[in-house]
Ligand binder design. Structure first.
Ligand SMILES: Cc1ncc(COP(=O)(O)O)c(C=O)c1O
Length: 305
C-alpha cells in the first residue's frame, strides 16, 4: 500500500509528519522552485526534462542549488522506496513533487549567496480527477486577474509562489468554473492555473508558447503531433480569436490531455465545445496515450518499483 511520504533535511517520514522551519525562505517569501513528475508502470516519466526545467527555474531566480544532482536523485528514489509503492503487486504509480527552497536565514529579503538550499520531497498517490472531466470536460472562465508579465515574475519560474494562479483560480471558481484561463495584460492567451491551453481555430490546433510555463506535457504532445505530420500548433493567441474556437483542451503531467467543455469569456458569453472532446482533442488524447504505451514498453528496464 502506497503511503504518502516526505523528505526533508536528510530524513524520510510519513508526509503528515514533515515540518518546514518558519525561517525557511520558501515559507517566508515563496523563495523556492519545484517540479512535479509521475511514474507510469513504476518508471519515472520525463524526469530529465523536469530536472532541466527545475534548473532553469533556479537560474531565472538566481538560485544556486547546493545539493548535487546525485543527492537529489538519491533522496527522491529513497523517498519513493519508503512510500511502499508497488507497481507489479498493487498497480501503484506515484506523484513526486520535489522542491528546492533558498534555505533558512535571517528575516531579510536579500538572498545571501552563503545560504544553503533545502530539498523537500512529497511522494503520494497520483491525483484522481473526476471521471466527468474526461467524459464531458472541465469548464474554464477568464478572470479579470492577469498572468504575471514575463518581465515581472516570469511564468517560466516554476516557483513556490503561485498567488497569481491562485487568484485567477479563485475568481474562476466564484464564476462557477472549474479553472481559470489567464490572459496577459495585452489580452494574449497564456495558460490555466496549472496546465497549458490548446484550441482548435480554423480547423487547426493552436497553443500559445509564450507568456506561460513551458509545459513538458505540451512539448511532448507537440512532438507527437509533429510525428503525425501536424507541426503548425505553437503560435501567439489573442483572446479576441477565441469566439471562433471549435475545440479546447488542457495539458499537464497529472491531467495528461483533458477536454474543456465550456469556456466563459471575459464579457460573460460562453463557448461550448464537444462533450468529451471533438476530433482534434480525441486525436491528441490518442497520440498521448500511444506515446505512453510506447514509453512503458521501451523503458521497462528502468522501473523504480
Ligand atoms: C502554471 C502551469 N502551467 C502549465 C503546467 C503544465 O506543465 P507540465 O505539462 O510540465 O505539467 C503547469 C503544471 O505544472 C503549471 O503549473
Amino acid at each position: 500500500m502506497l503511503r504518502p511520504t516526505g523528505y526533508i533535511d536528510g530524513g524520510i517520514a510519513p508526509l503528515e509528519e514533515i515540518r518546514v522551519p518558519v525561517l525557511d525562505r520558501g515559507f517566508l517569501y515563496g523563495d523556492s522552485v519545484y517540479e512535479v513528475f509521475r511514474t507510469y508502470a513504476g518508471i519515472p516519466f520525463l524526469f530529465a526534462e523536469h530536472h532541466a526545467r527545475l534548473q532553469n527555474s533556479a537560474r531565472l531566480c538566481r538560485m544556486q542549488i547546493t545539493q548535487s544532482e546525485e543527492e537529489i536523485m538519491d533522496a527522491i528514489r529513497k523517498t519513493v522506496a519508503a512510500s511502499g509503492a508497488a507497481y507489479k503487486a498493487a498497480g501503484d504509480d506515484v506523484y513526486v513533487r520535489y522542491q528546492i527552497t533558498r534555505g533558512e536565514g535571517p528575516v531579510d529579503l536579500f538572498p545571501h549567496p552563503d545560504l544553503r538550499t533545502r530539498l523537500i520531497i512529497i511522494v503520494k498517490q497520483i491525483p484522481q480527477w473526476p471521471p466527468e472531466f474526461y467524459e464531458h470536460g472541465v469548464t474554464l472562465a477568464i478572470p479579470t486577474v492577469r498572468r504575471n508579465a514575463v518581465g515581472a515574475l516570469d511564468p517560466n519560474i516554476k516557483g513556490g509562489n503561485y498567488l497569481n494562479n491562485i487568484l485567477g483560480l479563485a475568481e474562476a471558481r466564484a464564476l462557477g468554473a472549474d479553472d481559470c484561463l489567464l490572459l496577459d495584460a495585452d489580452g494574449m492567451v497564456t495558460e490555466c492555473s496549472n496546465s497549458n491551453i490548446w484550441f482548435v481555430l480554423n480547423g487547426k490546433l493552436a497553443t500559445p508558447a509564450a507568456g506561460n510555463l513551458s509545459g513538458i506535457t505540451r512539448r511532448a504532445l507537440v512532438g507527437e503531433l509533429a510525428r503525425a505530420g501536424r507541426s503548425e500548433v505553437e503560435r501567439p493567441l489573442r483572446a479576441d480569436e477565441l469566439p471562433s474556437a471549435t475545440e479546447c483542451f488542457i495539458t499537464s503531467a497529472t491531467r495528461e490531455v483533458m477536454p474543456v467543455a465550456r469556456l466563459r469569456l471575459q464579457d460573460g458569453a460562453t463557448l461550448d465545445f464537444p462533450p468529451g472532446g471533438g476530433e482534434h482533442t480525441r486525436l491528441a488524447r490518442q497520440l498521448y496515450s500511444d506515446m505512453l504505451a510506447r514509453f512503458t514498453r521501451e523503458h521497462s528496464g528502468e522501473a523504480w518499483f
